[in-house]
Design a protein around this ligand. Structure first.
Ligand code: UDX
Length: 457
């Protein structure tokens, strides 16, 4: 069944619900569009008026495959609306998702200012029972704080002494969407986690997700919040383990791809997230690992394992730069072509992209950087100074002393390497994602360096 038929089939027999989503960033938008897709009436709320205006016209401010087409469809069907006012937007909703940003403070703590503001505004606009659902990644026990904020700010007319005349619940429903395949992840989740304090909240959340026919994990709110932190941190552990392994492989002459394959067939381990490379980036892993370290510290536990995961991740980028510097010999004035800037393929997201540290380190040694990325160029322009952008990989290769593969975009998998080689000044390739491990680039006359392939002498 395609997405369309699947959604229609799954919608049969469900009670459609009026749902508000506060925050139209990545998580909020994908959640809103997908909930409309499975049959609910959605209003997405954001206080950025120009963003709301663009969304109403059907323009999505981020690159996520399939999102804009679905958004346009459900705006047309009137199942998806936009508003900049929580008061107006949330009035008719039974369920209100909080999907605002929780950026890192300087000390690594999650900054929950937006969450608190939204909780207060929801309280002020309450007119009936509401289920308030945290979707943003928040530290454990945030649900309790949201509940308290709402209780304290509910208008006087709904209070009799300390007694509330309005009922509400706070629940946690963490998202596990990956950028680049977020719609498919939403429609086909491994599990839906709901953290609830009442049967009523559980019933509503079950009803919302019923069309997905997904495995539901029902917990208390604190545990649900922790599932999100623990899942992302554990995936980061796997990546850093593979990266540490890659360093050893280079020294003992082993191949990290073979080692990962051999490990991955053990069902208890699994092959996914064991790809060694230039480290994890993005809006989630670096921030969530940091926040989990801080959360643990506050609860009296020193999470040394996660601190090392973070260190390995940082060092992986530095090791890549050291390798390039070693093999290039003199870096100053060398022209280096960078294939891929975004933190991973199928996104234009540059947040914590490994390309940032790598390019800046090479520039500080005097390298001249050229770059190409299918989607990330626009967002990278405010990050880099002195980078020249090329229109395609072949224009990029022209005059280069080395090429770096940073992001494994599909279009980079099938390059014409003869053409690339003849365009370059000298044929050096540093493959930060082991994308070309089977391509025998040495046979074409390249000096080829992967990650942890045991071939670095
Ligand atoms: C992640 C989680 O997967 C998702 O569940 C959560 O909701 C948000 O954070 P995302 O950041 O979109 O999703 O990307 P993901 O595909 O998980 O990759 C994160 C980073 O890890 C990328 O930089 C990627 O290149 C890197 N990575 C991933 C590796 O270096 N090796 C791997 O084996 C897997």
């Amino acid at each position: 069944m395609g997405l369309k038929e699947e959604a229609a089939h799954n919608r049969k027999g469900i009670e459609k619900m009026k749902i508000a989503i506060v925050g139209s960033g990545y998580v909020g938008l994908v959640t809103g569009v997908c909930l409309a897709h499975i049959g609910h009436d959605i209003v997405c709320i954001d206080n950025d008026r120009s963003k709301v205006k663009k969304l109403k016209e059907g323009h999505v401010p981020i690159y996520e495959p399939g999102l804009e087409a679905l958004l346009k469809k459900y705006i047309k069907n009137k199942k998806l609306k936009f508003s900049y006012s929580i008061k107006d937007g949330a009035k008719e909703a039974t369920a209100i998702f909080i999907a605002v940003g929780t950026p890192s403070k300087k000390n690594g703590d999650a900054d929950l200012t937006y969450v608190e503001n939204v909780a207060r505004e929801i309280a002020l606009s309450m007119n009936d029972y509401k289920l308030v659902i945290e979707k943003s990644t928040v530290p454990a026990a945030t649900g309790k704080r949201i509940e308290r904020t709402i209780r304290l700010n509910i208008p006087k007319k709904y209070k009799k002494g300390n007694k509330l005349l309005l009922d509400f619940d706070v629940a946690s429903n963490p998202e596990f969407l990956r950028e680049g395949c977020a719609i498919d992840d939403f429609m086909n989740p491994d599990r839906v986690v709901i953290g609830v304090q009442s049967k009523k909240a559980e019933k509503i959340l079950r009803e919302i997700y019923k069309p997905l026919k997904a495995k539901m994990i029902v917990t208390d709110t604190n545990s649900a919040e922790l599932i999100k932190h623990a899942s992302n941190s554990f995936l980061a552990v796997k990546i850093s383990f593979a990266n540490a392994l890659s360093q050893i492989c280079d020294h003992v002459g082993a191949d990290v791809l073979k080692v990962a394959e051999g490990m991955g067939f053990d069902k208890r381990i699994g092959r996914s997230f064991l790809n060694a490379g230039i480290g994890y980036g993005g809006s989630c892993f670096p921030k969530d690992v940091e926040a989990f370290i801080r959360l643990s510290e506050k609860s009296g536990y020193n999470f040394e394992l996660l601190k090392e995961v973070r260190n390995i991740n940082e060092d992986q980028k530095a090791a890549f730069v050291r390798l390039i510097e070693d093999k290039l010999w003199i870096v100053k004035n060398k022209v280096i072509g960078v294939l891929g800037l975004a933190f991973k393929p199928d996104t234009d997201d540059m947040r914590n992209a490994p390309s940032i540290d790598i390019i800046k380190a090479l520039q500080s040694e005097g390298a001249k950087i050229k770059a190409y990325d299918p989607q990330g160029v626009q967002n990278s322009k405010s990050i880099f100074k002195g980078v020249t952008y090329s229109k395609d990989p072949y224009a990029l290769a022209k005059g280069c002393d080395a090429l770096l593969l940073i992001t494994e975009w599909e279009e980079f998998k099938k390059l014409n390497f003869k053409k690339i080689k003849s365009a370059m000044r000298q044929p050096l390739i540093f493959d930060g994602r082991n994308l070309y491990h089977d391509d025998n680039l040495e046979k074409l006359g390249f000096e080829y360096y992967g990650i942890g392939r045991g071939d670095i002498s």
